[in-house]
Design a protein around this ligand. Structure first.
Ligand SMILES: [Zn+2]
Ligand SMILES: [Zn+2]
Length: 324
């Protein structure tokens, strides 16, 4: 029993996870400093704003908490079934060996520091880049949007909203992570040999550690921290991700980035933050009650079934008109 509870809540004590208690404490600190020095609030008021009961005890936040519990149980149950990154890494490693014009370990003489620096940066960039594209596809393709809508149905944001996802979206993102790590590990070991390693702090990639220490949890919060305009071209500010959740049509399909804004900048989906008191969040075009757990888990499946059967019908009609 203790093991199950430890597994479910283990993310809070794992520095490789965004909701690690250390990162949450840094986020609290950054939010209070922002409210005092950039919004002119007193310390007392800042604490009150940060821990506003209307946010933390809202229907949406309560749903986030239950989704967190259910999704953690589901991911513990299915994680052994999901293909592991070592299987992918090994497959890619052997595939690279099969390419005759590629020389294995051709770069193994490179200084260890350079190899570690390159590997740490490469894996972080590839991970962030793939998150950008999978997130973008989640908005573009109706079947994936049916799943991703669950995340966007949050009416208020708290750090636990990061877990407000349909389990099938969780699987898509797990497969993405497995592939990016497998590709990075296999290609680096192939070219650089066995001295490949990560720069880590508390077991986490140092770049991810810095990103999380710098208040990544505030992306899902009501504290609209903005960066300078030039910095928002490079890093996604909390206010930019909050804008991604806004119902305003001008904010739709903007700021897909996780840590870096450069992908949004490069592929035309960047939107700088705006100086607004608060944004209206949620999915306006859909009037289903997404704070009901049964709706959250089952209605996306029904929507997907509906989309697929409509597609199948269209294809069937086309085929019939051709063969007639
Ligand atoms: Zn989204
Ligand atoms: Zn979000």
């Amino acid at each position: 029993m203790f093991d199950v509870v430890a597994d479910i809540f283990g993310h809070f004590i794992d520095p490789r996870k965004r909701v690690y208690v250390g990162y949450l404490l840094f986020s609290v600190l950054i939010a209070i400093v922002w409210l005092i020095f950039f919004r002119g609030k007193s310390l007392n008021n800042s604490v009150k704003i940060l821990f506003d009961k209307k946010i933390w005890l809202s229907r949406s936040s309560r749903a986030d908490f239950f989704i967190f519990l259910i999704n953690r149980c589901i991911s513990i149950l299915i994680s052994p079934v999901l293909i592991t990154q070592m299987v992918i890494a090994t497959a890619i490693f052997y595939w690279l060996h099969g390419i005759t014009w590629l020389q294995s370990e051709s770069l193994q003489h490179v200084a260890e520091f350079i190899i570690m620096f390159s590997f740490t940066t490469f894996i972080f960039l590839l991970d962030d880049f793939s998150k950008y594209w999978v997130h973008r596809w989640m908005h573009k393709w109706p079947v994936l949007w049916a799943l991703h809508k669950v995340h966007h149905s949050a009416e208020v944001l708290t750090p636990l909203t990061v877990y407000r996802t349909h389990p099938l979206e969780g699987i898509v993102f797990t497969i993405r992570g497995t592939f990016t790590q497998g590709i990075s590990i296999a290609s680096f070991i192939f070219f650089f040999g066995n001295s490949v390693d990560l720069f880590t702090v508390l077991g986490a990639n140092v770049l991810l550690f810095l990103f999380n220490t710098a208040g990544s949890n505030l992306r899902h919060s009501h504290i609209g921290i903005r960066y300078w305009s030039w910095l928002e071209n490079i890093l996604i500010s909390p206010a930019q991700h909050q804008l991604h959740h806004s119902v305003d049509i001008a904010h739709h399909d903007k700021n897909f980035g996780a840590a870096l804004a450069i992908w949004d900048y490069m592929f035309g989906s960047l939107h700088h933050s705006e100086d607004v008191e608060s944004l209206r969040l949620g999915v306006e075009e859909d009037d289903r009650n997404f704070n009901k757990l049964s709706t959250l888990y089952f209605s996306p499946l029904m929507e997907i079934f509906y989309i697929m059967s409509r597609r199948a019908n269209t294809i069937y009609s086309k085929l019939r008109s051709i063969t007639r």
